[in-house]
Design a protein around this ligand. Structure first.
Ligand code: NAG
Ligand code: NAG
Ligand code: NAG
Ligand code: NAG
Ligand code: NAG
Ligand code: NAG
Ligand code: NAG
Ligand code: NAG
Ligand code: NAG
Ligand code: NAG
Ligand code: NAG
Ligand code: NAG
Length: 642
């Protein structure tokens, strides 16, 4: 017995030391050779190599291949069972004769994020029939996916996303019937325009993840797929011709995310929705859903993103969404939802985006909105909100408030100006009233966009305390059709680019002093009814200037633009119709080389049209000379009137 054991040990020892050191390796020598040969056929992307060192660098004949980076072996048999060369800087073609395909026991292959070209060689499927995990995401492969993919009947996870691959009807139909263990199917950006969506009903009942975004799917998606018992993640976004209905009763209770963004699902939302207690994301934006949204959100404690915008929902807006605890985004915009916002809300502590625009929501604007701790954007524009907005405590970090196109009245509450992070305040087309003073407004140091147009009772004024307030971020000021009486020159040191003061009550003129500064201004609308004179026009770099419908008299003056010629350098659109201008078109206009549109109609001008206006080869499209007394070359006029 002892001798026999010794001999055995001796034989073992001898065997180990006499052959090459690789025999102590777990890795089988023919598999090492296959991998090394495969390595020799690889090319690497030079650009990618600057940032990473490919795992294949560690592949050499001295070390056990099972210890190479990206390689895993079966502990007992030594067979290579997993290769992970994701992000490997690999490029070039993978040929059907590659020695890689000799590794028949392979169970997991990850070639994601490489730069292969050409099609997937079919041996990858008919030799690797034991694969359970295959990842060719962003691998660079293109062309038709070989039908042999249906041989991978052990596959649990398949990712072919973000390559330029195409499934045909046969290939996908066979896959859906034969891959009975499949749980994850990730095919984003695969061309499936030739696939019959009915095939999805043959998928394995173990499905957990179905990612089919931007796959050019069309037809009616079988709703029973959404009832598969283990289904967690469904992504069908950006299949604009894919229709379908949600199953009435048995939506998968495991659902964690359901993203139907920009498909054409229709029908209504079943109330069984209230049973999706695991759900975190629901995106139904831009579909054809209709009917009432069932008010069943009270148990959806994990829901963080709720987007039902741009459908045809009607009836009462669900109130239980305001009781969600984890939600960060609520978007119900562009529907026909009615109802009011709740007066009191205690949850929504994580809500960042609330978008209810373009509905029929009525009632008041509750002030809890401005105290929710995480809020970034409130968009309630284009609804039927009324009443006035009260004062509130604890201003939050909201950056965008859009209440435009409602019927809200009363003064803009002073606490709104305590919202330090506010960058857009959009209140146009309401019935607000009162005076906004520069001292109050300047508290909003981050204000970028201020829109109050069409609030007939709102005016703007400089505080009478001698202080020059600054508006360091303010870029857009839209105050059309309000009650502004004086040109708000207090904005002039800021970066205001767009200033719309049309249709206000600014009378008299704009003085040289008021027009100083304004370095950033490129669009100015002073179409107003009451302006009688201009010492100077604000803005050295104006592109668009609208002075129509005022009381400006006399000739067009070069002093309006306080600039050395050729001036003004960027002015492309100048509208001065409906004034009382006299005199002729000054020939200096010939030097305004950026001018594209000039409207002088409905004035009392006369004289000849400068010769040069006929020579504008690149630009001037439009001189409207109605109700003026010009004479000149008629053919020039015809050409430039259009
Ligand atoms: C082979 O790779 C191992 C590490 O994987 C390294 O230690 C060794 O130096 C390499 N040998 C050669 C010849 O490159
Ligand atoms: C594939 O890549 C290799 C190496 O980069 C190149 O020689 C070959 O022309 C490419 N083939 C195609 C079809 O692009
Ligand atoms: C493998 O196939 C490619 C393309 O068909 C060919 O260029 C190459 O020579 C073949 N390699 C071997 C070792 O046969
Ligand atoms: C389905 O998979 C089995 C192996 O499990 C294979 O024998 C058969 O050919 C496959 N069928 C198709 C249609 O690919
Ligand atoms: C495929 O690999 C990529 C890169 O490693 C990874 O991000 C992706 O999640 C993988 N897909 C699956 C289904 O595991
Ligand atoms: C595949 O789905 C079709 C349509 O739903 C069905 O008629 C057929 O029986 C299914 N085949 C298998 C193998 O499940
Ligand atoms: C959807 O259908 C329209 C009309 O048939 C077609 O023009 C469009 O390309 C289709 N879109 C996709 C993504 O297949
Ligand atoms: C929700 O689930 C419960 C139990 O699983 C079931 O009895 C009830 O009918 C479901 N509700 C809806 C609306 O489907
Ligand atoms: C929206 O729903 C109404 C009925 O509620 C219907 O009359 C209308 O045609 C639908 N609009 C669209 C675009 O589906
Ligand atoms: C939120 O839930 C509380 C009780 O938990 C209830 O009193 C309140 O009415 C609910 N609010 C809304 C808007 O559903
Ligand atoms: C305002 O924004 C800044 C960053 O832009 C952030 O650090 C700060 O916390 C915000 N203020 C409030 C009150 O949330
Ligand atoms: C206008 O341009 C012409 C030729 O380009 C030049 O001779 C003339 O001095 C310019 N006039 C003014 C006022 O700049």
């Amino acid at each position: 017995m002892v001798t026999r054991a010794l001999i055995q040990i001796f034989v073992l020892f001898f065997a180990c030391s006499s052959t090459s050191s690789s025999s102590t390796h777990l890795c089988l020598s023919d598999q090492t050779a296959s991998l090394l040969e495969f390595k020799n056929t690889l090319s690497f992307n030079d650009y990618c190599m600057q940032f990473t060192s490919p795992r294949t660098n560690s592949w050499n004949g001295t070390a056990d291949c099972c210890s190479w980076e990206g390689i895993s072996c079966d502990k007992l048999t030594g067979h290579i069972i997993a290769i992970d060369l994701s992000d490997g800087c690999l490029q070039g073609s993978l040929h059907a004769n590659s020695t890689l395909f000799q590794l028949r026991q392979l169970q997991q292959l990850n070639f994601a994020y490489n730069d292969f070209n050409g099609s997937i060689p079919s041996p990858l499927f008919n030799h690797f029939v034991s694969l359970t995990y295959l990842n060719l995401s962003s691998s660079g492969f293109s062309g038709l996916i070989p039908h042999e993919i249906s041989l991978l009947s052990s596959l649990v996870s398949l990712d072919l996303s973000y390559s330029s691959l195409t499934f045909d009807a046969t290939g996908f139909d066979r896959l859906s019937r034969n891959l009975t263990k499949l749980r994850n199917l990730v095919l984003e950006y695969t061309d499936m325009s030739g696939v019959s969506v009915a095939s999805f009903s043959n998928l394995s009942s173990s499905m957990e993840t179905l990612s089919l975004g931007t796959c050019q799917l069309h037809g009616e998606f079988p709703s029973e797929v959404l009832s598969l018992p283990y289904l967690k993640h469904v992504e069908l976004a950006w299949n604009e011709n894919l229709t379908g209905y949600l199953p009435k009763t048995n939506l998968s209770p495991s659902l964690v995310s359901l993203d139907l963004y920009y498909c054409r699902f229709k029908g209504s939302i079943p109330s069984s929705f209230g049973n999706l207690t695991q759900i975190t994301l629901l995106d139904f934006t831009q579909n054809d859903f209709q009917g009432e949204i069932p008010d069943v959100f009270e148990n959806l404690d994990k829901l963080t993103i709720l987007k039902f915008g741009s459908n045809n929902f009607s009836g009462q807006a669900p109130t239980t969404v305001f009781n969600l605890t984890q939600v960060t985004q609520i978007d119900l915009s562009h529907n026909r939802l009615e109802g009011t916002l709740p007066n009191h809300v205690t949850r929504l502590q994580f809500l960042q985006y609330l978008t209810l625009s373009n509905n029929l929501i009525s009632g008041g604007v509750p002030v809890w909105l401005f105290s929710l701790p995480s809020l970034i954007t409130i968009d309630l524009s284009y609804n039927k909100l009324t009443g006035s907005i009260g004062q509130f405590q604890k201003p939050n970090s909201v950056m965008v408030i859009d209440l435009s196109f409602n019927d809200i009245q009363g003064p803009i509450p002073s606490s709104l100006f305590d919202l330090n992070n506010l960058s857009s305040l959009l209140l146009s087309s309401n019935n607000f009233s009162g005076v906004i003073e520069s001292s109050i407004l300047s508290k909003l140091e981050n204000l970028y966009d201020l829109q109050l147009s069409n609030n007939g009772l709102v005016s703007l004024s400089s505080s009478n305390d001698g202080v020059n307030y600054s508006f360091p971020q303010l870029t857009r000021v839209l105050f059309s059709s309000c009650s502004v009486r004086k040109f708000p020159s207090f904005f002039r040191t800021s970066k205001v680019e767009v200033l719309d003061l049309s249709n206000n009550k600014i009378s008299g003129g704009i003085s040289k002093l008021e027009a100083e500064g304004w370095e950033g201004l490129n669009m100015l609308n002073l179409s107003n009814k009451f302006l009688t004179s201009l010492e100077q026009i604000p803005g050295k770099y104006l592109q668009i200037l609208d002075l129509h419908s005022n009381l400006l008299q006399g000739p067009i003056l070069s002093t309006w633009f306080n600039l050395p010629p050729p001036n003004p350098p960027y002015l492309s659109l100048l509208l001065i119709s409906e004034n009382i201008l006299t005199g002729n078109i000054p020939s200096l206009i010939c030097n305004w080389t950026s001018l594209v549109v000039l409207d002088l109609s409905k004035n009392n001008m006369s004289g000849t049209i400068p010769e040069c206006l006929g020579n504008y080869s690149n630009g001037l499209q439009f001189i409207n000379s109605q109700v003026n007394n010009f004479h000149g070359k008629i053919q020039i006029l015809l050409r430039i009137i259009c």
